[in-house]
Design a binder for this molecule. Structure first.
Ligand code: COA
Length: 163
């Protein structure tokens, strides 16, 4: 496979081990992977965009071809302006499929150059995780050890104590 520049975008509020598994696998397939934190003011969040980026940087520090950035507006504009040729998405279950195919097909119309959306099947041990569920269980005192990276869990503990 030729070296490609891939985007893996999402809210990452916060990063989970499901996301990290996708990032690791994408980093083995692609020349460069940019984890793009989407600036979405309408989604109520636990962490600021900077905090999310810092947590992702820490969790991926052993992956030299992974970079972290943030962007707002259309994903396709960010892709066109930054020369990406691959967009990575993780599929957790069949329920993700309908939404993902709609997004991929809409984005395909908006890309200026040849850009492929590549779907990676989530490792079954992470197929049930979402950031919201991790936050809810953690806030109610349940253990989420192993579901989010250790540095994310530390940051979540600190955040809850500071509330
Ligand atoms: N492992 C664990 N969780 C995962 C996961 C994985 N592999 N893949 C997705 N998730 C979870 C996320 O944690 C998140 O959970 P939450 O809702 O509980 O927080 C949920 O799936 C949704 O992910 P999120 O990152 O919030 O957004 P999204 O997947 O819906 O889409 C973008 C993100 C950036 C691709 C999309 O919003 C976008 O393109 N935005 C830009 C605007 C635009 O261009 N719109 C037109 C699109 S055609």
């Amino acid at each position: 496979m030729k070296a490609s520049k891939a985007l893996y975008a999402g809210s990452f509020d916060p990063l989970t081990n499901g996301h990290l598994d996708i990032i690791r696998r994408a980093s083995r397939m692609c020349g460069e992977v940019v984890v793009g934190v989407i600036i979405n003011m309408s989604k109520k969040s636990m962490f600021s965009f900077e905090e999310r980026m810092e947590m992702i940087r820490k969790a991926t520090e052993d992956l030299p071809n992974v970079k972290v950035d943030m962007f707002s507006g259309l994903l396709a504009d960010y892709v066109n302006q930054n020369g990406f040729d691959v967009v990575i998405r993780g599929l957790r279950a069949t329920m993700d499929f309908e939404y993902e195919i709609q997004m991929a097909q809409m984005n395909a119309r908006l890309y200026k150059d040849d850009v492929e959306t590549v779907f990676l099947m989530t490792d079954p041990q992470f197929s049930f995780i979402s950031s919201s569920m991790a936050k809810e269980v953690h806030q109610l005192g349940g253990s989420i050890q192993g579901l989010v990276p250790d540095n994310v869990l530390e940051a979540m503990d600190k955040k809850v104590k500071s509330l």
